[in-house]
Design a protein around this ligand. Structure first.
Ligand code: ADP
Ligand code: ZN
Ligand code: ZN
Length: 816
């Protein structure tokens, strides 16, 4: 008898054994997908990770339904890496498999598909079976895959569906909502009826009296003949010295046809690089040192002040690797930043740059997956957010983790709750590749690893082009309020600095951290603050919509006219968010052009890019924003950065609060004065003498590091201890309380380690579920493996207690 061992895309820790025929046994390889029945009547796409002849003893192996791949689409590297993630982060291998693959490669009987909108389909190119599915979707807007079994009257339907997805005709239903909307560029081509040459002369004849249109058509042919690549409307208009309304007329006449390509996917043909990159002396030195460190270390930390030109160093390192045909991954903390970086890298590497992140459509992700698998030059360099680590690399030689300190590298929900920086280091190790971590404000953990000689360390202390770091001015808010030197939330000093910058035609960034400091509504008679009915949080006031909203569940209500508790009409709004700053600016600087960047303004299509673009083009003079502004954006005309209130970050209830405040303030400050003139930063605070504020002012990373490290040791936090956080949730308050206490006691009795809790987190109820957390601290010196084994054992016995079975639990290893 012959068997395969498979991973199912379900939250199951075990692998499962299925029966195959002898012929199938000799055909299949690890990393190929098979469709298997599971449960009563469901079908799933499983992944083969082993084949053997050992019959399972606990259950009777079912037969596989069919083999989906001709050759492996997942590499042995990936399987090993995923197994490491499952074991280290204490989650099911099925969770990792599910999270790692584009969902269209994981079809299951319950998957819902629909027809892709706005795609013109040539029915004659469809096979009979494809056509039947296509036709069914004309009648019904969506179908479950298992319904198709009946339509085609056969069992093996996954391959047909897969083909339709690959042909870009079908989409998975789940995608319709979450699709990332990248920037589109408008292109034109000749309508298909004019393809032949005879068509052309006829066409020119019909345009005899429309000379401007004729000019465009001729220019089109000219461009098309010169270089065989797509012609954008912009390019055509410029080359013909015409206007886009003439192009529009030709589109309306159906002579030209418009189509769109995403900006970050445009195939770059030709050799991009015009002028070779010239590193400065400091950059060259850093570059040489990195290569030197790599001789003995697998990981190197590049600590370079903001605007020291780290990106250029990365580019040099990448250049060297790809010349030898190797693959490189470049991880970024934020999807929104990819566009800027992609254009920067494409300028050097042309079409060798691929982009990958979870918000891309399945189609695009599958395409890149294949390119990486085949080691295509088109995906030799992959830029992406954390999920790019899951691609089928087989020849990886360098991983770059930019802004390595960013907490967005840690996935919070759902499992696998992995840290992309740490998982990248493990992946690189498997490939014998090198890892470069870069940051102006490294995480305490990484700097500690560098100090203890685990990582190599390279530092750049000067900015590129000898630009000085900005001058930082502290404004004492207590004093300013006392001396009546405030207009709304603006101190006289800040207003003066803004006035000066504007008068010189320079731009200003104002930073307001919204976390934990959103505007709320308060009754001045009884102090009541409206709360969300389902979550344990105050509702946030949104002036623009005149609403109170819950930021956790989305609940909203119209702004009340009187207090629901005492009926007083004396209501006031307290706290301030970006919106209020913007309003105040409008009255203080009525003539300034003001923009705002936060979750509300960037949610819309291209929101982020639009705001960044208009700020770059200097259509906005003052940009107000949240932490989004802190992340690696490069503007050259910003001479002033204002931090509206530094204290909200400092007093966030979190052991990383000071570290994060330092990073955030240093990063936002770094946006100031990136060209010749020295920039300025104004920090408003109630605590000008706070150590962290002083460290920011003096650009004293080492001071911050030493102080924090000392605290971390005393209070048992990373890097001295590893944290495992258990989160328990249930709708019944008492049951949760009891269950959490039970688990806490078992853990502390069995672990001989510090166990804290069970704690009610600051927000202790979300969507009507109560929350309790337990924190376990594992010293760096003791074995993490054995502690985790015990934790898992305790969790298993917890699940076996009948009255606690309904309590949901989540494990977060190295919780951030
Ligand atoms: P960092 O990532 O360290 O903050 P960047 O890589 O964004 O810094 O560089 C800051 C600015 O200096 C950018 O505008 C970049 O184009 C420019 N720059 C850096 N190094 C060079 C170089 N070697 N040649 C030309 N321009 C450079
Ligand atoms: Zn809510
Ligand atoms: Zn009241």
């Amino acid at each position: 008898m012959y068997f395969v061992e498979v991973i199912l895309p379900l939250s199951l820790a075990k692998t499962f054994t299925y029966k195959v025929s002898e012929a199938e046994f000799h055909f299949v390889k690890n990393g190929m997908r098979v469709v298997v029945p599971f449960g009563k009547s469901k079908m799933y796409t499983a992944l083969i990770i082993d084949k053997h002849q050992n019959e399972p003893s606990l259950y009777e192996a079912k037969e596989i339904d069919q083999i989906l791949d001709e050759k492996p689409i997942v590499t042995e590297f990936q399987i090993a890496h995923w197994q490491w993630i499952a074991s280290y982060y204490m989650c099911a291998i099925g969770d990792v498999y599910r999270g790692a693959m584009p969902s269209a490669l994981l079809l299951e009987s319950e998957t819902i598909i629909s027809q892709k909108q706005s795609v013109v389909i040539d029915e004659s190119l469809l096979s009979d079976e494809e056509f039947l599915i296509y036709q069914a979707l004309q009648q019904q807007s969506s179908l479950r895959i298992q319904d198709i079994t009946a339509i085609l009257n056969k069992k093996n339907i996954f391959p047909v569906v897969q083909k339709l997805i690959n042909k870009n005709i079908l989409v998975l239903h789940e995608e319709v909502q979450e699709l990332y909307k990248p920037k589109l560029v408008r292109y034109v081509r000749l309508h298909s009826q004019y393809d032949s040459n005879s068509g052309l002369s006829e066409l020119l004849e019909t345009l005899k009296s429309a000379s401007k249109q004729r000019e465009i058509v001729l220019t089109y042919f000219h461009l098309n003949a010169a270089e065989k690549k797509p012609i954008s409307v912009k390019q055509l208009v410029e080359a013909a010295n015409s206007t886009s309304s003439i192009v529009k007329a030709l589109i309306e006449k159906e002579i030209l046809e418009e189509y769109f390509i995403q900006e970050d996917r445009i195939n770059f043909s030709g050799n991009a690089q015009e002028a070779a990159l010239q590193l400065s002396v400091a950059q060259q030195q850093a570059y040489d040192q990195i290569n030197e460190r790599f001789e003995s270390k697998e990981v190197c930390l590049l600590h370079g002040v903001t605007s020291s030109g780290k990106t250029e160093i990365y580019i040099k390192l990448i250049e060297e690797q790809i010349a030898t045909g190797k693959q490189v991954v470049y991880l970024l903390p934020e999807i929104a930043l990819t566009t800027q970086l992609v254009s920067r890298l494409r300028a050097y590497f042309g079409d060798k740059v691929g982009v990958y992140h979870s918000k891309y459509s399945n189609n695009e992700r599958i395409e890149l997956w294949k390119q990486v698998l085949e080691q295509s030059p088109k995906a030799q360099i992959v830029i992406g957010a954390r999920s790019a680590l899951f691609l089928p690399f087989s020849n990886l030689s360098l991983v770059i983790v930019d802004e390595e300190h960013e907490q967005t590298f840690k996935q919070v929900d759902p499992a696998p709750r992995y840290h992309a920086r740490d998982a990248a280091i493990v992946l690189a190790n498997m490939h014998k590749a090198k890892v470069l971590l870069g940051s102006a404000t490294p995480s305490i953990e990484s700097y500690f690893n560098a100090q203890s000689d685990k990582y190599g360390l390279v530092e750049i202390t000067e900015r590129y082009g000898n630009v000085q770091l900005p001058e930082i001015e502290l404004v004492d808010l207590k004093d300013s309020y006392f001396r009546k030197k405030m207009t709304g939330h603006f101190s006289d000093s800040l207003i003066e600095a803004i006035t000066t910058a504007l008068s010189l035609g320079e731009q200003v960034i104002l930073f307001q951290n919204r976390r934990g400091y959103s505007p709320i509504m308060e009754c001045l008679s009884c102090g009541n603050v409206p709360q969300c009915q389902q979550c344990d949080v105050s509702l946030t006031y949104h002036k623009h919509k005149n609403q109170l909203r819950c930021h956790y569940c989305g609940y909203s209500m119209a702004k009340p006219t009187h207090c629901h508790s005492c009926s007083s009409i004396d209501l006031a709004t307290k706290g301030f968010g970006t919106e209020q700053i913007e309003q105040e600016l409008l009255t203080i600087f009525p003539n300034a052009k003001i923009g705002r960047m936060d979750q509300d303004t960037t949610r819309a299509k291209f929101g982020f890019e639009k705001i960044i673009d208009s700020f770059k083009n200097q259509e906005i003079e003052i940009l107000v924003g949240t932490q989004m502004l802190a992340k690696g954006l490069d503007f050259n005309n910003v001479s002033l950065v204002g931090i509206m209130n530094a204290d909200t970050m400092l007093y966030h209830p979190d052991f990383r609060a000071f570290e994060r405040s330092f990073q955030m303030m240093t990063q936002v400050s770094g946006r100031s004065g990136r060209s010749e003139k020295r920039g300025k930063v104004v920090i408003q605070t109630y605590n000008p003498n706070h150590n962290t504020i002083q460290q920011v002012t003096n650009n004293d990373y080492i001071g911050m590091y030493k102080e924090q490290l000392y605290d971390r040791q005393i209070y048992k936090y990373p890097p001295y201890f590893r944290l495992v956080k258990l989160t328990l949730k249930h709708r019944d308050f008492d049951k949760l309380k009891e269950g959490a206490m039970w688990l806490y006691q078992v853990m502390s009795q069995n672990l001989a380690l510090p166990v804290l809790g069970p704690e009610e987190p600051p927000i202790s109820r979300i969507r009507n579920e109560y929350i309790r957390t337990i924190l376990i601290k594992i010293p760096q010196s003791s074995s993490m493996g054995s502690a985790k084994k015990t934790i898992q054992k305790m969790l298993n016995s917890f699940e076996a207690v009948p009255q606690y079975r309904a309590i949901k639990g989540a494990i977060n290893v190295d919780y951030y």
